[in-house]
Design a protein around this ligand. Sequence first.
Ligand SMILES: CCCCCCCCCCCCC[C@@H](O)CC(=O)SCCNC(=O)CCNC(=O)[C@H](O)C(C)(C)COP(=O)(O)OP(=O)(O)OC[C@H]1O[C@@H](n2cnc3c(N)ncnc32)[C@H](O)[C@@H]1OP(=O)(O)O
Length: 360
Amino acid sequence: MQILTPHVYWAQRHGEIYLRVELSDAKVRGHPPTAPSSCFHPYGHGAKGENPYTFSLEFLEPVRPEISHKSTQRQVDIKIKKQEERWWDRLTLQEKKPLFLAPDFDRWLEESDAEMEIQTKEEEKLNKISVESRVRKDPYLGLKKGYLFMYNLVQFLGFSWIFVNMTVRLFILGQDSFYDTFHTTADMMYFCQMMAVLEVINPLLGLVRTGVFPALIQVAGRNVILFVIFGSLDDMQNKPVVFFVFYLWSTIEIFRYPFYMLACIGTDWPMLTWFRYNLWIPLYPLGVVAEAVAVIQSLPIFDETRLFSIPLPAGLGHSLSFSYTLQLYLVLMFLGLFINFRHLYKLRQRRYRLRKRKAH
Ligand SMILES: CCCCCCCCCCCCC[C@@H](O)CC(=O)SCCNC(=O)CCNC(=O)[C@H](O)C(C)(C)COP(=O)(O)OP(=O)(O)OC[C@H]1O[C@@H](n2cnc3c(N)ncnc32)[C@H](O)[C@@H]1OP(=O)(O)O
C-alpha cells in the first residue's frame, strides 16, 4: 500500500481554521504535536482507492492543541482553533503554498466579510437576548398583543366599511354621493374615532412604542372636525367637504391598521409597509386642507347660530362667537400638520434605515 497525500481545501475566520480533506469514508488520526505544525493521517477512499493518506501543515502561527474533525461519506472536515484570534495572511509558514492545498471557496471569506459575519452574529445574539429578556420580563405580552390585534382589526373593519361604502356610492351616484356622505357613514365614523382615543392611551400605558403627542394631535384634530364641525352643525353635514375628509381619513387607515395587525404577529408585507410609510405624503396635506376648508365653511354658521359662543360681561358685547376659537384652531392645524408631517417623515427614515441595515 502506498502512502498518498489527499487534496486539502482551507478557509479561515478570525478564530478558526477550516480544513476540508477530500476523502470518502475516512478515519482520521491527527495530532498537532508541536504547534505551529500539525500532522494528519487520514485513512479512506481517495482518488486512488482505499489507502492511508498523510499530510502535514506548518501553520503560520500557533494553534490550540484541541482539534475537532468530522468524517462524512464524502469528506473530512477539520476545525482548528487559532491560539490568538487574528486574521492570517496565509495558512502556512512557508510562503509557497503546498501543491495539495487550495482555498475552500464554499467557506472562503475575505477579512472584511469575516468581520461582518462576526458583527452579524453578535447582533443576532444581542437581539435574541433582548427578545428573550423582554419575553421573560413581560408575562402579559400575549395578552397585550391580542388586545392590540383586536383593536386594529376592529378599526380596519370599520374604516374598510366606510371606504367601500363611499366608493360604491361614488360609482353609482357620482357627485350626488358627496352630499349625503355624513348620513350614510357618520355612525361608523363616530365609532371608529371614539375608539381611536385608545391610540393616545396605548402609548401612555406602554402598550406601543410611540409618542403620545403625535397621536394626541391626530385624534384630537380629527375629533374636533367630526364632533364639533360636522356633528354639531346640521348645515355642514350635507356639504361635499365631508366626503373628501372621510375619504382621505379612511384611505390611509385601510393600510395603517392591517400594517399594525401584521406587526402584532411579527409579520410584514412589503407592499403594505410601502403604503403605510408613503401614502401619508400626499394624503396628510390634502387631509389638512380638506379639514381647513370644513373649518372655514363652518365659521359663518357658528357666527349665525351663536352655537358654543362664550357669553361676555355686560359692556363688552353680547357674546364671543365660537368662530374666533376656530380661527385660532386653524393656525393650530397647520402647526399640527408640521409636527406630524415631521414625525411621520422620521418614522419613514427610521424604517428604511433599519431595512437597509438588515439587508446588508
Ligand atoms: C394638544 C391638543 C392638540 C389639538 C389639535 C391641534 C390641531 C391638530 C391638527 C391635526 C391635523 C390632523 C390632520 C389629519 O387628521 C389628516 C389626516 O389624517 S389625512 C389622512 C392621512 N393621514 C395619515 O397618514 C396619518 C395617519 N396616522 C398616523 O400615522 C398616526 O396616527 C400617527 C400618530 C401620526 C403616527 O403613528 P405612530 O407614531 O404610532 O407611528 P408608527 O405607526 O410607526 O408606530 C410606532 C410604533 O408603534 C407601533 N404601533 C403604533 N400603533 C399601534 C397599534 N395600534 N397596534 C400595534 N402597534 C402599534 C408600531 O408598530 C410601531 O412599532 P415599531 O417601532 O416596532 O415599528
